[in-house]
Design a protein around this ligand. Structure first.
Ligand code: HEM
Length: 585
């Protein structure tokens, strides 16, 4: 009994002692936690006061951040934010730090001074699908030696004016086919959705530049690459909440995989066909871009440019080259319809240079300075990539004294810069004269239709050439009018956001031929062109570029050149130019 009561009392006193110590322990732990949190808050506040802060911007909601502030036209929403918070804005889009710069000064900081910090693109599971044999094409390639090499090949060997000299006839035949087809359509006087014809013209041109005359593949290639364009620009929840990317809620990753497989098959057969032809004839005629790419490989397909990147280059050409130029032309046409006095001035200029007894030649283009000014003005008001293609910051840095965390997504709001009243007088007015020789000024980052820096557009020269020739030929061959009953004020000038920004309601126009009918009737068909050029290639072994030397004399006019020369786009900033031949060894 004694033993039992002793045990009972000892056990109860043990339990009590134990309880008290637990309470003390808990108290101590809580005090430590509160103290630690307090210290953390003080440290954070002090850090905030002394270190650089994030740029100003909206606070955002939990999880979503400020996604609700960005709608279908992000460049317009970013512009509203810039009006409220200033030329550099920070917002969280989902879980992603997002920085929008909207002044020439901050654009220069991103595109030139800190180009290296902002030279990569963000990736997502969808973008990871967009590879060929595991190789990215230029647009999404990670910044580094591979991107630099591929881009240099694309620019110097394929899309520069020098490289394009050999493809003059391919360009001409597609353009003249379009004129012929528009001429037929014009006969019934019905309106045409002009961007569709322009797009087809450019896609055919690019296919011909790339693989000369494999017509059946061209037909397959065009719809597939359209789907690729859509997928590349489609916004996905995974872009803002990275863990959602793998769930593939909208099925984009799967679609991207499928489309790349199709495109890959299509391009591989083009490459194989070219390789077989070169093997069987023992000569690479350098007749198209695939031939040029294959010249960088040895007979077994090895060398610095395997098949994967060649397919990437073809995808870049198709995506980068066709839609951008077609849409630029559509916007320019729209502005001309809204400004008949400017349209008349452009037509007068073309007539004075070309006359009325022949079509426009590429050698006429440098003389069409007012047309060039008009196109530059149109690309100022209607930017094809209003926030460029977003980049990612590779390391912590500062802009204008503000902290920019590594992995932030960066948008350069060219849309706003191009309409900044402190840079452009009456910015909303369509006035080609602001690009005339006498009005040129030396500011570099207030006009960025092709972006700039390491990620700037490599196809600027070719894009300009496409748009110039299309517009010159179209305006020379046809009087372009609005359909009967449609007033200028009825034109809907809203845009759709995407990889490029087309008109929401495509422009419909009525075309009336202006030249003598025998000219349209005499347009050579593509079959005739292919037959004659094939004959030259295969029988006589002639390189058509010899006969296509007109482009040697083509330089954009001095107006354009001053601007382009002032583009900080140079390869010098990318580590100098290693001669391409070194990569061929
Ligand atoms: C009027 C025609 C064109 C316009 C307005 C245009 C515009 C642009 C813009 C704004 C960018 C983003 C630049 C940046 O982020 O700084 C870009 C990138 C690019 N463009 Fe173009 N472009 C045109 C024609 C072409 C053509 C003909 C090609 C053909 C090869 C091309 C290929 C590319 C490529 C590969 C990139 C990605 C560059 C990189 O990430 O390094 N573009 N373009």
């Amino acid at each position: 009994m004694h033993y039992e009561s002793q045990l009972a009392s000892s056990s109860s006193s043990y339990t009590l002692r134990n309880f008290i110590s637990m309470e003390q322990l808990e108290f101590t732990l809580w005090s430590a936690l509160v103290g630690w949190l307090g210290l953390l808050v003080v440290w954070h506040l002090r850090k905030g006061r002394t270190g650089p802060q994030l740029p100003p911007g909206p606070r955002g909601l939990p999880v979503l951040g400020s996604l609700h502030l960005v709608g279908e036209l992000p460049h317009r929403d970013f512009t509203k934010l810039a009006d409220k918070y200033g030329p550099i804005v920070h917002l969280k889009l989902g879980f992603v730090h997002t920085i929008v710069v909207s002044s020439p000064e901050f654009a220069e900081e991103v595109l030139r001074r800190q180009d290296e910090n902002f030279s990569t693109r963000f990736t997502s599971p969808k973008i990871e699908e967009l590879t060929f044999d595991g190789f990215h094409e230029v647009v999404y390639a990670e910044a580094g030696p591979y991107h630099k090499y591929l881009k240099r090949i694309l620019k110097e060997e394929m899309v520069s004016l020098r490289a394009q000299m050999r493809f003059k006839d391919s360009r001409r035949v597609s353009l003249m086919e379009t004129i012929q087809s528009l001429h037929k359509k014009s006969k019934d006087g019905k309106p045409v959705v002009i961007v569709e014809d322009l797009m087809e013209c450019l896609q055919m041109t690019i296919c011909r530049l790339m693989f000369h005359n494999i017509t059946n593949l061209v037909r397959e290639f065009i719809p597939v690459s359209r789907e690729l364009m859509f997928l590349a620009s489609a916004a996905d929840p995974g872009d803002f909440m990275p863990w959602l990317g793998r769930l593939d809620l909208f099925g984009y990753n799967k679609r991207a995989r499928r489309i790349i497989e199709r495109l890959d098959r299509c391009m591989q057969s083009v490459i194989d066909e070219h390789r077989d032809r070169i093997k069987s004839t023992g000569v690479n005629q350098m007749a198209d871009i695939v031939d040029i790419c294959l010249s960088l490989q040895d007979q077994d397909g090895k060398g610095p440019l395997p098949d994967g990147p060649i397919k990437g280059i073809m995808a870049d050409m198709m995506i980068g080259g066709s839609e951008t130029s077609a849409i630029s032309s559509e916007w320019a046409l729209m502005e001309l319809l809204r400004n008949p006095h400017i349209l008349q001035k452009v037509k007068d200029e073309i007539a004075s240079v070309v006359g009325t007894e022949r079509f426009v030649e590429e050698s006429d283009l440098p003389k069409l300075t007012y047309l060039q000014q008009m196109l530059m003005e149109s690309s100022r008001l209607h930017v094809i990539a209003p926030v460029l293609i977003p980049r990612e910051c590779v390391r912590d840095t500062t802009i204008g004294g503000y902290h920019i965390p590594a992995k932030s997504r960066i948008f350069v709001n060219v849309f706003k810069i191009h309409k900044d009243p402190s840079v452009w007088e009456n910015p909303l007015e369509f006035n080609p004269d602001r690009f005339s020789q006498s009005n040129l000024h030396n500011k570099r980052y207030d006009f960025l239709p092709f972006g700039s820096g390491r990620r700037g557009c490599p196809g600027m020269d070719l894009g300009n050439l496409f748009v110039m020739s299309l517009m010159a030929q179209l305006l020379h061959c046809f009087d372009v009018e609005l359909p009967e009953g449609q007033r200028i004020e009825d034109i809907d000038t809203t845009e759709v956001f995407g990889l490029s920004c087309p008109m929401k309601v495509p422009l419909r126009v009525v075309l009336k031929p202006r030249l003598p009918s025998h000219l349209y009737d005499g347009i050579q068909s593509s079959e005739a062109f292919c037959a004659s050029s094939d004959f030259l290639y295969s029988v006589m072994g002639l390189d058509l570029s010899i006969g296509a030397s007109v482009l040697e004399t083509i330089n954009l006019s001095s107006t354009c050149m001053v601007y382009i020369a002032s583009y900080p786009q140079s390869w010098a900033t990318q580590g100098g130019s290693v001669p391409i031949t070194e990569h061929r060894k």
